[in-house]
Design a protein around this ligand. Sequence first.
Ligand code: 8YV
Length: 312
Amino acid sequence: PTQHVLLIAPVMDALQQQLDAHYTVHRLYQQPDAAAWLAENGANVGAVVTRGDVGVTSAVLENLPQVGVIAIFGVGTDAVDLEYARRRHIAVTVTAGALTDDVADLAFGLLLSSARQLCLGDRFVREGRWLQESPALATQVSRKRIGIFGMGNIGRAIARRASGFDMDIYYTDRQADNTLPYHWCDDVLSLAQRSDFFVVAVSGGKESQGIVNHEVFQALPAHALVINIARGSIINEPDLIAALQNGDIAGAGLDVFVDEPNVPAEFIGMDNVVLQPHVASATHETRQRMSHIVFENVQAYFNGQPLPHRIN
Ligand code: 8YV
């Protein structure tokens, strides 16, 4: 295969430099007319590198007749047409395992920040209000009930952290895993009924799109907090905004949104929502690990070796 790499979206500088040092790298996101560039140059591309939150469409892949691998800088595959890639025998690789701990850590960071109102407390001190007022009481986390929607690697890592807080752990997913020491719930509604904290950790994609909706928010107790470190598409955002405005739930901690980086103005105006800019995997250590894995897969492809992190 030719040694041309197509970069769909910016990734860490170190990874870009490493790719530039070994291959001819084309940056689609820098092309004023991506469609024209693809039509003229797509035939040279052997490997595509993209991000989990950006993906690559079949419309792009159709212009890449000899592409053999899509290396995702992330674990989310919802923005890649996997069925099309399968039909074209295009390998898809992810950075599995590299970001599990960071994403689970941020889930707990959002849970604690929401429950214990850390952002409000920080602002309270900085604004000098402590000089005149007493801080408000918040919500206890330890020994409460956590409902984890999606018990994959990240969901399990979140559950392990919940154990450290002596929490009652409930979960739902496609199927129960009887080896887990946690309470199984048959579906997302029964999980919501048993959750003081409801954490969205399921994969994004058609199957989970908008599944956390008005019905789920009605099933949650009014004191519940909703945490999302998965994909914005899994939550029906207008329903979440209404649930927060109506007091159907007490608050939310969100790292992902439907139309990133555009965050609904309603969230921006709410004191009971903690907002983060899709940074769950964004630590020096994890991004270096992710970069190494992506390069390893691209290099294996061009060297005709088995791809260490192939998922299809
Ligand atoms: C992104 C993520 O890849 O793993 C995923 O799918 O959502 C993130 O880690 C991140 O946006 C990388 O830039």
